[in-house]
Design a protein around this ligand. Structure first.
Ligand SMILES: NC(=O)c1ccc[n+]([C@@H]2O[C@H](COP(=O)([O-])OP(=O)(O)OC[C@H]3O[C@@H](n4cnc5c(N)ncnc54)[C@H](O)[C@@H]3O)[C@@H](O)[C@H]2O)c1
Length: 342
C-alpha cells in the first residue's frame, strides 16, 4: 500500500496516543497536528517524540471546549519546537490539506454538529482526502449522512464512528453477524480502566457522563472540573452506563445488518484502575440459513487498553478509507461498511 500522510486534529488523550501509535504502524506519516491553541506542520514528518514530550499534560481542562492546560512556556501543541501558536488551528491545517491524505478528528464532541461542521469546512476548501472521526453519538451520524453529498462532491471519504465503540466493536458485530441471515439482537458491553483518570482523558470522561441519568451533552459541557471529580467520587470511581446512545446502532442499521433498536450498548468505566472492570464483549444473536438460533461472541482481552482499542482501529479504518478514496469512492462510510457485506 502507498504511503499515507496524515494530520491529527486535537492532541488530547486520544490524539496524542494516535500519534504515538502511528510510529509503530506501517506506511503512516503524521505531518500535522493541532490543538485549540497551536499547530505543527512538517511535510517530511513530525518528530512525534518531541511533540509528545512537549505536550505532556496537554489536556484541555474543560474537555477541550475553551482552554488547554499550560505546558512549558507556551500552551499545548504550541509548546513544541515544531509548532506555532495560532487562533485558527483547524483552518491552518485546512490551508495545507492539499498535501494531506487523511485527517484523524480527535476533537471533543460536546456539540453534535461540531465534527460535521469541521468536515464541511474541509469540503468547502476543496479537500480531496479522508476524514476519520471517533465520535460516539448516534445522532451525529445522521447529521453526517444528511451532508453526504457535500463530501461526495468534494471527493472526501468520511469514515465515521471509527474508534472502539462505535468502531472496532461495530466492525466486530458486522463480522459476527455473517453466520446469520437474520439478526435478533446485538449486545455491546464494554469495560474501560483508566488509571490515568479524568485528568488525562477529559473529553472521553465528560462525554460519557452525558450518558448518565439526569445529564445530557449540554449539562455535561457546563460541568466544572470539580463537579466532574465529584461525580466520579460519588460512584467510587466506577461508573456504570446502560442503554447508551452509541452510534453502533445506526452504523449497523445503515450497513443493513439489523435495526438500530435491536442494538444495546452499555459498559463500566473505572477511572481509578488500569484493570478493566468488566470484559468487553460483543454478542450477536441471530438465525442461520439452516434454521439454528445462535449467538456469536467476540471478546477483547482484559489487558488491551482503551487507547490501544481506539487508536489501532481508528488508524486501521483510516487506511481502509484511503484505499476507498484512492479508488474514487467518496461519501460517508461507517465501520460496518468496511467489513464483509450483509
Ligand atoms: N469511539 C470511541 O471508542 C472513543 C473512545 C474514547 C474517546 N473518544 C472520543 O474522542 C474524542 C477526544 O477525546 P479526548 O479524551 O482525547 O479529549 P481531550 O479533551 O483530551 O482532547 C481534545 C483535544 O481537542 C482540542 N480541541 C478542542 N477544541 C478544539 C478546536 N476548536 N480546535 C482545535 N483543537 C481543539 C483540545 O485542545 C484537546 O487537545 C472525544 O469526542 C471522545 O468521546 C471516542
Amino acid at each position: 500500500m502507498d504511503e499515507i500522510n496524515f494530520a491529527v486534529l486535537g492532541t488530547g488523550g486520544i490524539g496524542r496516543r494516535a500519534l504515538d501509535y502511528s510510529t509503530q504502524k506501517d506506511h503512516l506519516t503524521p505531518v500535522a497536528a493541532c490543538d485549540r491553541h497551536g499547530v505543527a506542520v512538517d511535510h517530511d514528518g513530525l518528530d512525534v517524540d518531541e511533540l509528545l514530550a512537549a505536550t505532556e499534560g496537554n489536556i484541555a481542562n474543560d474537555g477541550g471546549t475553551q482552554t488547554v492546560k499550560q505546558s512549558g512556556s507556551m500552551k499545548g501543541v504550541a509548546a513544541s519546537a515544531q509548532a506555532d501558536p495560532t487562533e485558527t488551528p483547524i483552518d491552518d491545517i485546512i490551508d495545507v490539506s492539499d498535501a494531506i491524505d487523511a485527517v484523524l478528528i480527535a476533537l471533543p464532541n460536546l456539540e453534535h454538529d461540531f465534527v460535521p461542521n469541521v468536515g464541511e469546512r474541509f469540503a468547502e476548501a476543496g479537500y480531496e482526502g479522508v476524514l476519520v472521526d471517533v465520535l460516539k453519538r448516534s445522532r451525529v451520524i445522521d447529521i453526517l449522512d444528511a451532508r453526504e453529498e457535500t463530501y461526495e462532491d468534494s471527493g472526501i471519504t468520511f469514515v465515521c464512528g471509527a474508534g472502539a465503540t462505535p468502531g472496532f466493536l461495530t466492525g466486530a458485530a458486522a463480522l459476527a453477524a455473517q453466520s446469520f441471515v437474520e439478526i435478533e439482537e446485538v449486545e455491546i458491553w464494554w469495560g474501560v480502566g483508566l488509571k490515568s483518570g479524568y485528568e488525562d482523558n477529559r473529553g472521553t470522561v465528560r462525554e460519557d457522563i452525558a450518558h448518565l441519568d439526569g445529564y445530557d451533552i449540554e449539562t455535561a459541557r457546563n460541568l466544572t472540573d470539580e463537579e466532574i471529580e465529584e461525580i466520579v467520587e460519588e460512584h467510587d470511581g466506577r461508573i456504570e452506563f446502560n442503554d447508551m446512545e452509541h452510534a453502533d446502532d445506526v452504523l449497523l442499521e445503515r450497513a443493513g445488518i439489523c435495526d438500530a433498536e435491536d442494538v444495546t450498548v452499555g459498559g463500566i468505566l473505572d477511572v481509578r484502575s488500569d484493570e478493566k472492570p468488566t470484559t468487553t464483549t460483543v454478542s450477536v444473536t441471530g438465525r442461520t440459513f439452516d434454521g439454528e438460533r445462535g449467538t456469536n461472541t467476540f471478546q477483547l482481552d482484559d489487558v488491551t487498553s482503551m487507547e490501544a482499542n481506539v487508536n489501532g482501529p481508528a488508524l486501521g479504518y483510516m487506511k481502509a478509507g484511503v484505499r476507498r478514496n484512492r479508488a474514487g469512492e467518496y461519501g460517508v462510510f461507517g465501520p460496518a461498511d468496511l467489513m464483509p457485506g450483509f
